[in-house]
Design a protein around this ligand. Sequence first.
Ligand SMILES: Cc1cc2nc3c(=O)[nH]c(=O)nc-3n(C[C@H](O)[C@H](O)[C@H](O)COP(=O)(O)OP(=O)(O)OC[C@H]3O[C@@H](n4cnc5c(N)ncnc54)[C@H](O)[C@@H]3O)c2cc1C
Length: 592
Amino acid sequence: MPTFTAPVKDMQFILHDVLKASEQDVPGYDELDRDFTSAILEEAGKLAGDVFAPLNAVGDQEGVRLENGVVYTPKGFKEAFDQFREGGWTGLDCDPEYGGQGLPYLLSTATGEIFSASNMAFMMYPGLTHGAYSAIHAHGSDEQKQTFLPKMVTCEWTGTMNLTEPHCGTDLGLMRTKAEPQDDGSYKITGQKIFISAGDHDMSDNVIHLVLAKIPGGPDGIKGVSLFIVPKFIVNDDNTPGARNSLSVGKIEEKMGIHGNATCVMNYDGATGYLLGEAHKGMRAMFTMMNEARLGVGMQGLSQATVAYENALAYAKDRLQGRAVTGTENPDGPADPLIVHPDIRRSLMDQKSFVEGARAFGLWGAELIDRAHRSKDAEAEGLVSLMTPVLKGFLTDQGFDMTVLAQQIYGGHGYIEEWGMSQFTRDARITMIYEGANGVQALDLVGRKLASGGGKPAMAFFEEIKSFIKANSDDEELKTQFMDPLKQASKQLQEAAMFFMAQGMKNPNEALAGSYDFMHLFGHVCLGYMWARMAVAAKAALAAGAEDKDFYETKLVTGRYYMARRLPACAMHVARITSGADPVMALDAANF
Ligand SMILES: Cc1cc2nc3c(=O)[nH]c(=O)nc-3n(C[C@H](O)[C@H](O)[C@H](O)COP(=O)(O)OP(=O)(O)OC[C@H]3O[C@@H](n4cnc5c(N)ncnc54)[C@H](O)[C@@H]3O)c2cc1C
């Protein structure tokens, strides 16, 4: 069965050598010194490796079950959740006013990767709760916050997000669930929601559903959608769970992966709900948490690549097949280990250079979110909003691809279930779909984000890369191996953006036909930028006489691989984009 060891050293490198977190002028970052973050990450790693990882296959095989209206989680989940709660992990970055620890989002993003890598299906229970917590925190009345947040911070009560209906997922304006106002100020919620993650289970005393619904008589379409708090048990005056609300689980979906998470059909039959935020402004309320939620899903995609790579690497060192073409490397054995073969190396380097680059990208995104929230930095807000579809779409697409590469290293043993590798691929697959399918992320990037704020965030992005390259081009090795390829890729990204601006105005299909390529092109430039930053940091550490020379030299070797072997994908993407809409749209629908 697969194992998981948290990549603490790598995270420490990104937090301290690359982002220099504790030196940043962001409230709360002064606490993030090396010893502190190391202690937190090590502890998270222990819980993840010792408790959650062994339950990953259990959850996959057992799944959840619905019996007489009650949802039961797999064996061991409840006890593991208690341990998670007792360790205070549920409220790491939550507001201290409601019992949270108030630590930066940067740190909870790092621990989030660790926990999701060990057991993604399990982590979705507190993950969804955090999403619901953030919505109530941002839009709730004082009374709502006092009632729900303290229990949600501790996950005594968990949360869900109910958007999707059978006939609408992306186009939520088509929603039918209705919310009828009552004399006491509450609403009666009626309708069906499908695919609701962590929709119900036996691990908490109450489930706080956030439900999007339409108040009759409101505006048509998406402008008429409001957000409601709909608890499974109505909360008593003394803040204990009381009468059962009129809602039930209709069914648990059978699905490809994340079997340990209850994906529920939720039926609301005149259930009591409370308006959260303003009427008809439900989508706006959802949008305020979108950057965090989408980065969170991006990190899930990365997390499956992380754990899959770790296991594939161990297997490649252990499995003996064939001989190295340049001469035997294991003369005492019947064959050499897989890792001697160049094609296996290519796969492992693809995985390693993605995982480490993506981790830096995700943590940089989290830093920008902290800057936006804690320092009210509008430029950071603009930049992270621009990059959010890239963080979500690129990290999940590539994360999934990397789990497939890891599976391939096991040959047939990757395809059968015994070795546990297929679970990573199956679990990773959903990250490309939920929280806005990746095609819709690309649409958001090109259709909205690129031109938002008069294009200022996009210009700020290009400017940041340009000044970074300028500041680090004196060192000849860094220049030729990192800065020059980054400059080239950044130019290709600008070329694509210019093409959209020139052609997209005349015909939007010209831009949208290239949107998916643009998202990937953007992702590669971001990872190229991260590798260039990591190379600068590694060189600085080596020049300062760092003890662990191997670690920093390995960073340089891995970064060079990314620049030489992965970044050239930018040329392909820009060629596709500038071929325009015609090759994509030319065929009449009837001729497919
Ligand atoms: C396991 C699982 C868990 C989930 N958890 C939750 C949850 O907790 N809460 C919740 O509310 N929902 C949840 N979902 C639902 C998920 O968010 C939706 O499935 C997703 O948003 C896509 O909606 P859809 O399935 O209706 O697909 P559709 O909206 O029908 O889209 C189908 C395809 O068309 C593409 N598409 C749609 N519109 C456009 C367009 N304008 N341009 C280009 N392409 C387009 C999409 O990218 C997609 O590939 C979950 C789904 C699953 C499977």
